[in-house]
Design a protein around this ligand. Sequence first.
Ligand code: TXA
Ligand code: MG
Length: 316
Amino acid sequence: MPQQSTEILAATASGIARAARLLQAGQLVSFPTETVYGLGADARQGKAVAAIYEAKGRPSFNPLIAHVHSAEAARRYVQWNDVAEQLAAAFWPGPMTLVLPLRAGHGISPLVTAGLETLGVRVPAHPAAQVLLRELDGPVAAPSANPSGKISPTTAAHVKAGLDGRIAAILDDGACGVGLESTIIGLAGPDPLLLRPGGLAAEEIEAVLGRKLAERDVHDPLTAPGQLLSHYAPGAPVRLNAEAPRDGELYLGFGPGPCDLNLSESGDLAEAAANLFGQLHQLDALGKPIAVAPIPMRGLGEAINDRLRRAAAPRD
Ligand code: TXA
Ligand code: MG
């Protein structure tokens, strides 16, 4: 990916305003939260979200957390329920993420949810993050701001060491207080699930709920949404590396040429990543087998091919 010069912004009113403008313009900005530094992009802009994966060098797409300034803002994107209300009242802003069903008209890029019908939302308590999210007044998708496979950053210096030249800016406000990623609670099913232990102890959540949290069972697809369910697979068979469609197949193209939908006519991998899940959904809705054009293995192509392989894997 092209090198850029990474601005270091102080967490002043003007520094935060600059960070908000960069996010609006589809740029990547690392910002502090009380858990770890996040690598943020506007969650409504698919190409910006794709750039997160490019900057981190992530070989696969995992669902990302959308950061918002308040529970009211979260309710614009997800279907709220009583348990969510109870936990948000007790622990937001704070190191807790809630996974809830997406709401109609949410506007979130499918690359944020990796094609799932649910969204992880979090209201960080960090003052600079709060001001930034209010200034933008939009959802910010952000994984931890480290290159893939490296440890999560808790200072701006860590972020710079890992991502300098790959992102537009780092909003520097010292060290993170919690230093451990948020606790993720799944509220999309009948029982609240502990999807990831983190900066808020499960016992504290259980005390508020007055019941035990079910543990995620990695062998049960229904309770391991970060694992199996995120591997979105269309209902129809998917054939990869297809130079052309066969009779009866829909063709998902890449680069110039005839096709039913095109991931990127110009062969831009970031654009293809941004379109991937949405276009698979669109073709799947037509109920026919899908043939997919070859996607080069460079850059984001690795993650795109990883997802396509999962979509095409044999299933019963
Ligand atoms: O503290 C944190 O949570 C940090 C800061 C930056 O907010 N963020 C963070 O993001 O740790 P990340 O991308 O490293 O972790 C997101 C995790 C993934 O492991 C994913 O499995 C889970 O959240 N997740 C996100 N959306 C989900 C969904 N819809 N269903 C299930 N799991 C989800
Ligand atoms: Mg991480």
